[in-house]
Design a protein around this ligand. Sequence first.
Ligand code: URP
Ligand code: ZN
Ligand code: ZN
Length: 470
Amino acid sequence: MTTFIKGGTVITSTGADLNEVLIDGETIIAVLSPGCDVAQSAEAGAERVIDATGRYVIPGGVDVHTHMALPFGGTVASDDFESGTRAAAWGGTTTIVDFATQAFGQDVRECYDARLAEAQGQCAIDYGFHMIIGDVNDASLKEMDLLVNEGVTSFKLFMAYPGVFLSDDGQILRAMQQVASNGGLLMMHAENGLAIDVLAQQAYERGETSPVNHGYVRRAEFESEATHRAIQLAKVGAAPLYIVHLSASEALEQVAIARNKGANVFAETCPQYLYFNLEDHLGKEGFEGAKYVCSTPIRTKHEHHHQDLWTGLRTNDLSVVSTDHCPFCMKEQKELGIDDFRAIPNGIGGVEHRMDMIYQGVTQGQIGLARWVELCSTTPARMMGLYPKKGVIQPGSDADIVLYNPNHEWTISVENHHMNIDHSAYEGITVPGKVETVLSRGRVIVEDGEYLGSKGHGQLVRRGLSSYLI
Ligand code: URP
Ligand code: ZN
Ligand code: ZN
């Protein structure tokens, strides 16, 4: 099947141009100037013509941080691979990189194989995996080398969650040395979990049990200290480092200092850290704030975290926007912590809203159009070894393409989202643009407000090494 997309403004990380796109099967074969002879004959010969007049034609979103069906805090994230990737497609994301998880005492290979089996045949869009290493030991270090050769080229470690995932500094250094030798990327959840647990216990004993305390005890200093420590360890271990879900200005400062010295240090943030704050969201009446419990936490509006993060996105001290999609329903899930904020499962559902929320940054003058595409698609693809198959509209790339209407204002609600959650953290937010048509490897999977995809269309992507490593 040949498809011709005409009349749109094609946006890539290098700019925006009126261009037409020719697709053959699953692959983009040409990007053509409108009206040129080749474009005219391509349109005449195409089996399907999609009119993109007035639309932005962008590479499908690449969300490199999701947690479908993640077991956490005695429950399981409420989107599985089927529902979560369908919701991602609705929101213009055509590739996710999720996580396989090795917890303490478990075998890396068994955990990875089980996770592969869980996703196989379920996904609406293409998917890959990082591996969470929750027990750094001789066996898991060896498995990391094997996984890199199989396309799992990044490994997440935790400086938080003692007794579950936390790695101590010695383990972190060993894992860093391993990626330094196998070419992988070390991803870090940078929060000082031991210190957080002391404050959390003290708050609980004082009777401070409501959701907002999650934000108070997970101090910005703890994020910044852990980020600094991770950077120093990575320097000694000679490993590239990617800080996940960064939310505090002070942590961003550490990343900026390292980057200014030329270190291979990168960081991502997520829409929730740009738009939500501790007072108005995590601090909502009653138990409502539980919807905003995630780690790192939502930060206070009285400091300058939110604007600093936008500035970081502009200056490239923050290179990627991912969602850290990890949804839990209020009923029977977030409610587990109704009397104790420490028992609220950590996570926010947002895989469907990333493209819209970051486009809002374009309309608010925080970033430009090309940077929107770069942050949400091109750089995540390059960072995670998916480029140029993903993240760009150019001949030879997968035909993962979104037609985005920049003039369609609409309001996000639990009533119109497609994620499997009983609430929306984004409820009532009016966004200025809308995903209208989504192609995944040449197949139209969203069009005219209808979902045309199917589970099992999404394929496992074996990732290469990050393009950013030198
Ligand atoms: O709150 C979060 N981020 N939940 C998911 C697990 C993690 O640490 O990424
Ligand atoms: Zn994390
Ligand atoms: Zn996460």
